[in-house]
Design a protein around this ligand. Structure first.
Ligand SMILES: [Zn+2]
Length: 198
């Protein structure tokens, strides 16, 4: 097999990204080459910077360039409500509604025996400590409406048993199997407004 040249190797790297195939990757690479000064150069600089300092917020698990993310640092947000989500993409989906003004906790996945993901891997003990120590009055469990999402919800509810905290889940409008990222802001807003006690 002939050795691939650097441009083909770059196309292959893009094709590894979620949602991109070989065709769209080729188009992206050509577009970047064509727009070297306006697009490629600033992008490379940004990515370099990201590679060096991007990390997870020490409090909530959101991605951030600082030790504490913008949401955790925002003094104007409600401190007594915490919304638990599977991933940063769900956090972004909720933030887009501009309705929710509380705190978050990003698990970074769901419990899975098959993949060896237990409570520790998801930082659930830290979440429980946070809820106990930060005078939280409501925990919104906004995991996706999938079987693993719901088992994770159930597990967290069990851990919170005995604490005097309101536990809610998203209400109407979330289809079964629905992932927040695929829903429009109106549906998420309605689900937030109609959240029910677990
Ligand atoms: Zn944070």
């Amino acid at each position: 097999m002939a050795r691939k040249n650097e441009i083909q190797l770059l196309v292959d790297q893009f094709a590894r990204l979620p949602g991109l195939g070989p065709k769209s990757s080729k188009r992206i690479v050509l577009h970047l080459i064509k727009n070297r000064t306006q697009l490629l150069e600033p992008m490379v600089k940004m990515l370099e910077n990201f590679t060096e300092i991007i990390d997870h917020c020490q409090i909530c698990g959101n991605v951030t360039l600082h030790s504490k993310c913008d949401i955790c640092s925002d003094e104007n947000r409600q401190k007594n409500v915490i919304c638990v989500v599977e991933s940063v993409i769900d956090l972004w989906a909720l933030e887009k509604t501009e309705i929710y003004r509380g705190q978050y906790h990003v698990l970074g996945g769901v419990l899975s025996i098959f993949e060896g993901i237990g409570p520790e891997e998801l930082g659930i003990p830290q979440l429980i400590n946070r809820i106990k120590n930060e005078a939280i009055s409501e925990v919104i469990l906004a995991m996706n409406a999938t079987v693993p999402g719901q088992s994770t919800t159930h597990f967290i509810v069990e851990q919170l048993e005995g604490l005097n905290i309101k536990i809610t889940t998203l209400g109407r409008g979330i289809p079964s199997g629905g992932e927040l990222d695929y829903l429009d802001s109106t549906t998420i807003t309605s689900a937030l407004n109609s959240r029910q006690e677990y």
